[in-house]
Design a protein around this ligand. Structure first.
Ligand SMILES: *[C@@H]1O[C@H](CO)[C@@H](O)[C@H](O)[C@H]1NC(C)=O
Ligand SMILES: *[C@@H]1O[C@H](CO)[C@@H](O)[C@H](O)[C@H]1NC(C)=O
Ligand SMILES: [Zn+2]
Length: 305
């Protein structure tokens, strides 16, 4: 009689840190007119980011756009990822078996979308009634039935969840725990090309506290090549980081800002779930003051370095 042996393969991940030298990013936030990709240059019909005017947002009682009930998040709790400073932002990409990656469906999404990566913009790219937030997190998801290159050519190939981030002097315990899981890695990711792997994140804690209250519209990537393939879901309730954490971000990658300029509204129709109780968030930074503020902020950072 043959008794099969059972091998148990234990894979464990150790935090690994390394830096590679980049050949310098081929585009920069300093000169958007030089971005590669026709959509970026000429602008298309549904470019992002935009300023969301809450008076013009359609409450979707008739299910024109939000046709699939509530948003459903699966597997956001223990996400294996690696963090990198890619010269434009800090990004955490999902690692390991794609079938284990977190997914989202419901709301305006007709398909299931798989999380590829999340990254940070400082200041925010979207604004609400002209008010920007200090940061915006983008959770980038790709349609689970497509590979990335195909998804980049479909009108709904990507779903990006956007979470605004506000800054306050002190955090409560929950907020601190949520932001520390990212912040503890930032000192290792100051330089372009640096990377940490084996990072386990509880992404639920980085989502908006009210996940059924959001704006949604069809837009584009906000970096080259600005493909018009994104279903945007933008939560209006922010999460929080501390002043000290925000300043740490300001020192990343020589402390330049990383948001694209806002795009024409054109035919954008922005929707919200009819049952969402959307309050206009407190104006944080008025767009007209943004450039003054950013310049000053980074001058201050440079002074401290
Ligand atoms: C992606 O999928 C398309 C269509 O199924 C296929 O033709 C293409 O070769 C795939 N590309 C990659 C990089 O796997
Ligand atoms: C920069 O520093 C000055 C002087 O300390 C302060 O008044 C100002 O608010 C700071 N600006 C920002 C954007 O942090
Ligand atoms: Zn982004």
């Amino acid at each position: 009689m043959f008794v099969g042996k059972v091998y148990i393969i234990v894979v464990f991940y150790i935090d690994l840190f390394s830096c590679i030298s980049f050949y310098g990013p081929i585009w920069s936030y300093r000169d958007e007119s030089a971005w590669p990709g026709g959509f970026c240059k000429k602008g298309g019909k549904r470019q992002s980011p935009i300023d969301i005017r809450t008076n013009n947002v359609i409450k979707d009682f008739e299910r024109q756009f939000i046709t699939n009930g509530r948003l459903k998040f699966i597997g956001y709790e223990n996400v294996l990822s690696s963090g990198i400073n890619n010269g434009h932002t800090i990004q955490f990409s999902t690692e390991g078996d794609p079938n284990m990656h977190p997914t989202i469906t419901g709301g305006p999404l007709k398909y299931t979308y798989r999380l590829e990566q999340l990254h940070f913009h400082w200041l925010s790219e979207h604004s609400i009634n002209g008010a920007k937030f200090p940061m915006e997190l983008h959770f980038v998801h790709v349609r689970a039935d497509l590979n990335v290159s195909t998804a980049l050519s479909k009108k709904d190939g990507l779903a990006i969840l956007s979470v605004f981030c506000n800054v306050q002097p002190e955090l409560n315990e929950d907020q601190l725990e949520a932001s520390e899981q990212i912040m503890q890695h930032i000192p290792l990711l100051m330089r372009t090309g640096c990377r940490v792997s084996g990072v386990i994140l509880n992404l639920r804690k980085l989502l908006s506290p009210k996940i059924n209250s959001y704006f949604t519209y069809l837009g584009s990537l906000t970096s080259p090549e600005c493909n018009e393939v994104v279903v945007w879901i933008i939560f209006n309730n922010p999460i929080y980081i501390s002043d000290a954490h925000y300043h740490l971000f300001g020192k990343v990658g020589k402390g330049r800002h990383n948001f694209r300029s806002q795009q024409k509204i054109n035919n954008h129709q922005v929707f919200q779930p009819p049952d969402a109780f959307i309050t206009t968030p407190k104006a944080v930074i008025i767009v007209t003051d943004v450039f003054k503020h950013v310049t000053q902020f980074f001058q201050n950072i440079t002074r401290q370095v």
